[in-house]
Design a protein around this ligand. Structure first.
Ligand code: G4P
Length: 531
C-alpha cells in the first residue's frame, strides 16, 4: 500500500458513523450529550439539552423551528475519542419524526438502540429498527434509566426477541433493577462496577469503583440477596443465553446489550469503549450493481438529506452528503449523477460537535454539508470516476396524507414548482390520482409536521397559499405484483389507487383491516411498505 492509501486506510479504520434510534423521552439527547462529554467535545453536560429547549444553536434558521422549539431536520455531530473519529447522525423524533429520520439510517454504518428500561421496546423504536434490519445494520442496545426501577432483565431480552425478532447478548448485567440500582457486572472482565450517583445529572465525567466479582468485598457491598441473585442470573445466562458472536453482531443478527443511566453517566464510558471496539468502520456501498470500497482511489458520496432555507434571505439549501470512498477535498470537481455534469464542491461544511466549519478534507464515513443552489435531490451521487448512480435510498411508508391544491388557480405554475422541489428534497411524497390533472395532488408524509412545513415553505418561498385537506388514510403500500389491471382490484371503497412520481402504483389505506381485505380478495397481489 502506498503512503496515500495507507493514510486513507487509517482514516477509514478510525471512523465510526452511527445513529441513535429510540422512542421520544428514552434519553437520546441525554446520551448524545454524555457521549460528547466523554469525547471532550463539550465540557459540561447540559449544553445539548439547552439546545433542545431553546433551539438556537445549530439550526435556528427555520421559523417553524423557532416557534415550536423543535428541530425540523436532523443534524450531524463529529468528535474524537481516543483515536476514533465519531460521527453521530441525529434522528429527529417527536412531532418532527419524518422521512429524514429513516433516511439518516441509510447514511449510518451502525445504530445504537436506546431503550427506557421501564418502558421496554416502544413504537418509534420498532419502526426505526425495521429500517436498520432491512439495511443489515449492526445494532448496539443501551438500556437506559437503570437508576430507576426497570423491567426484569430477562423479560427485556425476551421482549427484544418477541417484538423485534433479534437475539441479544448482555455485555453487562444490572444489579438491583427494582429501583435500588447497585451497578453492573461486566461479563467479559468478570468485574463488578458500582453505581455512583453524583446527584448533579452527571454534569461531569464519573470514575466508577470496579473490582473482580470474586472479591469478597462485593458480597458485603451488594448485600447477600443481590449477590446471590447475581450469581444465579449469570449462571443461567451462561448456560441458557446466546454466546458472544461478533460476526452475528456485525450482520445485525445479535445485539449486544449494555445497561446504564445516561443521566448519571453510569455505564456511558463502558458502552462507548466497547461500542467503538466492536462497531464497524465505514463499509462498502452499492451504487447500482457496482460495489464501491471505501479505500478506492476515486471519490464517491451520496446525498441523503437536504435542509432548506438555511438563510431565508438567500433561499439556499444545504445538501448532506455521506462520503463513501476516496478523499474529499474542498473545491474538488465531481460528476453529478442527476445531470451527468461536472460540478465543483466549494464551501463544504462539516459539523464539529455543535459548530459548523468549512472543511478542507474529509474521509469515508464523514458527512459534509454542501451549499445547494437547488440542483441536488435525495439520492444523487457525486463521484470523480464517471457517473455513478446511487440506488440505496428507498421511499419509506408515509403515515399522513392530504389533498393539496393552490388556493389561487392562477398560481398553478409556482405551486407545481414548489411541490416538485419539495418532493426532490424528500420533504414530502407526491402521488397523482389518475383522472385528476396537475392542479391537485395527494401528498404523503411520515410526520404530520411536514404538512406545516410544506404550507409554510410554499407560502414563503413560492408565494402560494395551499388548499390542504387532510385524508383519513394512514398506510401507503406499493404494488409490487399484480395479476390484473390495478383499476379492477377488489378493494374497500375508501382505498385509493394512486401513482408515485416514479409511476409506480400505490394503494392508500385507512387502516390495517383494509390492507388485509385487499390481500385476501386479490389473488397474486403483492404489496410493500418500503420501496
Ligand atoms: P429524548 O431526547 O430521547 O427525548 O430524551 P431526553 O434525553 O430529553 O430525556 C428525557 C427525560 O429522561 C429527561 O427528563 C431526562 O433527564 C431523563 N433521563 C435521561 N436519561 C435518564 C436516566 O438515565 N435516568 C433517569 N432517571 N432519567 C433520565 P426530563 O424530566 O424531561 O428533563 P430534565 O428535567 O431531567 O432535564
Amino acid at each position: 500500500m502506498n503512503i496515500v492509501k495507507d493514510a486513507l486506510n487509517r482514516e477509514i479504520e478510525r471512523r465510526r458513523t452511527f445513529a441513535i434510534i429510540s422512542h421520544p423521552d428514552a434519553g437520546k439527547t441525554t446520551l448524545t450529550e454524555k457521549l460528547l462529554l466523554y469525547g471532550g467535545a463539550i465540557h459540561m453536560a447540559g449544553s445539548v439539552k439547552a439546545r433542545k429547549a431553546s433551539h438556537h444553536a445549530v439550526s435556528d434558521w427555520m421559523e417553524i423551528e423557532k416557534q415550536r422549539g423543535i428541530s425540523v431536520t436532523s443534524s450531524v455531530m463529529q468528535f474524537n475519542y481516543n483515536n476514533y473519529c465519531i460521527n453521530i447522525l441525529d434522528t429527529p423524533g417527536h412531532q418532527d419524526f419524518s422521512e429524514d429520520t429513516y433516511r439518516t439510517l441509510v447514511a449510518a454504518d451502525s445504530a445504537v438502540m436506546l431503550i427506557d428500561g421501564a418502558k421496554g421496546v416502544e413504537n418509534q423504536t420498532i419502526k426505526l429498527f425495521q429500517v436498520c434490519k432491512m439495511r443489515g445494520l449492526p445494532i448496539f442496545t443501551f438500556i437506559n434509566k437503570m437508576d430507576r426501577a426497570s423491567k426484569d432483565t430477562f423479560s427485556l431480552m425476551q421482549e427484544l426477541e418477541d417484538v423485534l425478532g433479534i437475539r441479544s447478548y448482555p455485555m453487562n448485567w444490572p444489579i438491583g433493577t427494582d429501583g435500588d440500582f447497585k451497578g453492573v457486572y461486566n461479563r467479559m472482565l468478570r468485574q463488578i462496577v458500582l453505581f455512583t450517583n453524583d446527584k448533579a445529572h452527571g454534569q461531569a465525567i464519573i470514575n466508577s469503583t470496579k473490582g473482580s466479582v470474586d472479591d469478597p468485598i462485593f458480597k458485603d457491598l451488594l448485600g447477600e440477596p443481590y449477590y446471590s441473585k447475581l450469581v444465579e442470573d449469570i449462571e443461567l445466562l451462561d448456560v441458557a443465553g446466546d454466546s458472544f458472536n461478533l460476526k452475528k453482531i456485525l450482520k445485525g443478527e445479535l445485539t449486544p446489550i449494555f445497561f446504564g443511566s445516561a443521566m448519571t453517566n453510569f455505564g456511558v464510558e463502558l458502552f462507548l469503549e466497547e461500542f467503538l471496539n466492536m462497531s464497524p468502520h465505514p463499509r462498502e456501498q452499492l451504487f447500482g450493481d457496482k460495489i464501491i470500497e471505501p479505500l478506492s482511489n476515486d471519490f464517491s458520496g451520496f446525498i441523503f438529506k437536504i435542509q432548506a432555507n438555511m438563510n431565508p434571505n438567500h433561499r439556499d439549501r444545504l445538501a448532506f452528503m455521506r462520503i463513501c470512498s476516496g478523499v474529499f477535498e474542498r473545491g474538488m470537481q465531481v460528476f453529478h449523477s442527476k445531470t451527468g455534469k461536472p460540478i465543483r464542491l466549494a464551501q463544504p461544511q462539516q459539523f464539529m460537535a455543535q459548530e459548523r466549519e468549512i472543511v478542507d478534507l474529509a474521509y469515508p464515513g464523514d458527512i459534509v454539508g454542501l451549499f445547494d443552489p437547488g440542483i441536488f435531490s435525495i439520492g444523487d451521487a457525486l463521484s470523480t470516476n464517471g457517473n455513478l448512480i446511487f440506488t440505496g435510498i428507498p421511499s419509506f411508508p408515509a403515515e399522513h396524507f392530504a389533498r393539496v391544491a393552490a388556493k389561487d388557480t392562477m398560481k398553478r405554475k409556482q405551486f407545481l414548482k414548489g411541490i416538485t422541489q419539495l418532493a426532490e428534497e424528500g420533504a414530502i411524497q407526491v402521488y397523482k390520482q389518475p383522472d385528476i390533472g396537475i392542479e391537485e395532488f395527494i401528498i404523503g408524509a411520515v410526520g404530520v409536521l411536514q404538512f406545516e412545513v410544506l404550507e409554510y415553505r410554499l407560502r414563503n418561498e413560492y408565494g402560494v397559499d395551499l388548499k390542504l385537506t387532510n385524508l383519513n388514510h394512514r398506510h401507503a403500500r406499493w404494488i409490487t405484483d399484480i395479476s390484473g389491471n390495478p383499476d379492477e382490484l377488489n378493494i374497500t371503497s375508501t382505498t385509493l389507487i394512486v401513482k408515485d412520481t416514479r409511476d409506480n402504483f400505490v394503494l392508500l389505506f385507512e387502516n390495517e383491516w383494509s390492507i388485509q381485505w385487499a390481500l385476501d380478495r386479490n389473488k397474486g397481489l403483492s404489496l410493500r411498505n418500503i420501496l
